[in-house]
Design a protein around this ligand. Structure first.
Ligand code: HEM
Length: 169
């Protein structure tokens, strides 16, 4: 992340990135609402549901990052992302929140792949969604286990836990 920050934290790059996030949220929600009555079958609903969740997640996630950086004056790093999982009962929100985010991202990309294979056989189209969903399920689980300190030891600094009202000592 430190290396990537040299690029995405350049003010111009970050402004473009944040504009893309806002555009993605607005255009995505517009598609969800516009197609509500025409949508038939599992795949269009999977695409709409994963997109709607990504819109919710992006809004909360990017809002939290900007808030953490500008108001809480915290370095929005691994500890910032992981802290919620280490102050009970917040893990009951953060575990599904992150699991669904990564799973929704892979599912949404799988749905896009599905439409690219419209002329292929049914099994090829099914695989184009099922494989990303399976990979997304595994990746999301590994990320959340890692954030929760179940794959490697994680000691969250007190100032990050304090954002959840955790008393020091
Ligand atoms: C469990 C999964 C995730 C974790 C732990 C995580 C963690 C983080 C962290 C720590 C930052 C702050 C980066 C910084 O301050 O330099 C961040 C920013 C961001 N994340 Fe995530 N993220 C996750 C999933 C996602 C997903 C699925 C998306 C998109 C679909 C996403 C989009 C973003 C965006 C757009 C930013 C803002 C970048 C900026 O302008 O600083 N994240 N994330």
């Amino acid at each position: 992340m430190d290396a990537a920050r040299n690029v995405y934290r350049q003010p111009v790059v970050e402004m473009v990135l944040l504009f893309c996030v806002a555009f993605q949220i607005c255009s995505g929600l517009w598609f969800v609402v516009r197609g509500w009555k025409q949508r038939q079958g599992l795949l269009p609903w999977l695409q709409a549901a994963s997109g709607a969740y990504l819109a919710f997640f992006l809004l909360v996630h990017v809002g939290a990052v900007l808030f953490g950086r500008s108001v809480l004056n915290l370095d929005t790093n691994f500890y910032y992302a992981a802290a919620g999982l280490h102050v009970p009962p917040n893990q009951f929100f953060f575990a599904p929140y992150y699991l669904l985010a990564v799973f929704a991202l892979f599912t949404h990309l799988g749905c896009a792949a599905y439409w690219q294979f419209q002329n292929a056989s049914r099994s090829v189209r099914t695989i184009s969604v099922a494989v990303p969903m399976l990979v997304g399920g595994i990746v999301s689980l590994l990320i959340v286990l890692s954030l929760a300190g179940m794959l490697q030891p994680v000691e969250i600094p007190a100032k990050y836990k304090a954002t959840y009202g955790h008393k020091v000592g």
